[in-house]
Design a protein. Structure first.
Length: 475
């Protein structure tokens, strides 16, 4: 059990996302460390190469100077320089002269103890000797060894020269340690600077988080504003304000929807309850009971229509309503709908006229429902001997259905809201008297990706245009 809990804890810690501040500090520190390491490495390489080249140049000068002295003056002239060494004194050059048989003619004091004759490379000409020098480390010192032959007084001598480079090596080592110290200090300083810069840079984000944290469900009208924030955060602030505006609108619409729904459901329920209570106050005849039951059935049908329409609109809003689109003859579908409403139109002495021909790509059932709602609304508010016109046409390859009447019309101030649910005015249009007819029509058209528009004028009539988009590709 302990092992399982420990594994779970370790996995959760691994899956926990790292903060933006940590990532910025880490990347900034790594970048600074890389730049410092590269810069110090290049600088160290230049210094070391320069010191090496300078030592080689000094060694070459010394070799040629000894060669010239030995050639012109013999080994005796070098005796003073060879033996000029005191105990405890730093000697930059250690010199040994050998005769043809390998016997030591002269050498720097204690040189045989540090460097034997066998350690030196084979003797060559002075130029070649410098190129084939040998590095040798002994007693904590570093020497560069060269060996060359020279002729003097008819004799051949071998001169062995050891250049002490220990001080240069110590300088290089100290410089390397200094570079490492500078690198470590630079990395620490970069991390501290990264922490300070990151905290200051993320301070506006923390302030924005605090501002958003103060906004609750009852404070959706507050806005954080896009001004006063850094340029990078202004689009985020604008997006948050737009989101708050949408939430505020949704909350307002939901509250209004709840109030309207309660009002619409209360009326038929109150009617049924009142009629039932009246019927039970005393004995009734069979005809009276039948009348009460018929009234109750009518109210139940009204409730059923409201609930069905609400469910349909809710499914459309949630994008869960399936659409069985296909191409069909819109004129035939419209004539079928007008035939259904012809009896009601004849009772009101209203003429329904169809015009236009077109093929539409849509859900046939939803199309008939939308056009049927528009005809039902038009029949409700068209006076006797009036007319209703249904026109089919194409506009920029899109399909349009235009339903117009010469009825009572709608005042201009109500037009922006006639497609809202439960919105009703004295002359508004609704398929069931609940203010859902036009909302349902708009939902059907938007479900197809189209649009619904309305134009109306009091006592002049109303025009509703439904636009269905053309199908993408060939179907």
């Amino acid at each position: 059990m302990f092992s399982k809990d420990a594994n779970t804890s370790s996995l959760s810690s691994l899956n926990k996302p790292r903060s933006v501040a940590f990532q910025l500090i880490l990347l900034f520190t790594l970048a600074a460390a890389l730049l410092l390491a590269c810069g110090l490495g290049v600088f160290y390489s230049i210094v070391a190469h320069h010191a090496f080249a300078e030592d080689n140049a000094v060694l070459a000068d010394k070799v040629f100077a000894l060669s010239a002295d030995l050639r012109e003056n013999g080994p005796e002239i070098l005796g003073g320089e060879v033996t000029a060494h005191r105990a405890g004194q730093h000697t930059p050059y250690w010199i040994r002269i050998l005769d043809l048989h390998g016997q030591i003619v002269a050498e720097t004091a204690e040189m045989d103890r540090l460097i034997s004759t066998r350690i030196f490379p084979a003797a060559q000409e002075p130029v070649e000797a410098i190129r084939t020098r040998k590095d040798y480390r002994t007693a904590g010192r570093l020497f560069s060894l060269v060996s060359f032959n020279e002729h003097s007084g008819g004799k051949t001598y071998t001169l062995q020269l050891a250049q002490d480079r220990s001080s240069d090596e110590r300088v290089e080592r100290n410089f390397a340690l200094l570079s490492i110290a500078v690198l470590v200090g630079g990395v620490v300083a970069s991390a501290l600077i990264g922490i300070i810069v990151t905290r200051r840079g993320l301070r506006p984000l923390r302030k924005m988080t605090e501002s958003l944290g103060r906004i609750g469900a009852d404070q959706l009208k507050q806005r954080i504003g896009s001004t006063g924030w850094p340029r990078e955060l202004q689009p985020l602030a604008l997006a948050f304000d737009q989101m708050l505006e949408g939430l505020d609108d949704s909350f307002t619409r939901l509250s209004q929807f709840s109030a309207d729904l309660a009002h619409e459901l209360r009326t038929p329920i109150a009617n049924m309850l009142g009629e039932a209570q009246v019927a039970l106050t005393r004995d009734r005849t069979a005809a009276e009971y039948r009348e009460t039951i018929e009234s109750t059935v009518a109210e139940c049908e009204r409730l059923s229509r409201i609930v069905n329409n609400l469910l349909f609109v809710a499914r459309v809003d949630a994008a869960r309503e399936p659409i069985a689109r296909k191409r069909f003859d819109a004129r035939a579908a419209v004539e079928k709908i007008t035939e259904f409403y012809q009896a009601v139109a004849d009772d009101h002495h209203v003429t329904i006229i169809c015009s236009g021909h077109a093929q539409i790509y849509a859900d046939p059932d939803l199309f008939e429902r939308a056009v049927g709602n528009l005809l039902d609304n038009a029949l409700r508010f068209t006076a006797e001997h009036g007319s209703i016109r249904v026109a089919l046409s194409k506009h920029n390859s899109d399909f349009e259905v235009t339903v117009s009447d010469d009825g009572s019309g709608i005042a201009a101030e109500h037009l922006p809201r006639v497609f809202d649910r439960f919105y009703r005015v004295e002359s508004s249009r609704s398929s069931d008297g609940a203010g859902l007819g036009l909302a349902l029509v708009k939902s059907i058209v938007e479900l197809h990706g189209g649009s619904a528009t309305i134009q109306s004028e009091l006592n002049r009539g109303t025009i509703v245009v439904l636009r269905f988009p053309a199908p993408s590709g060939n179907h």
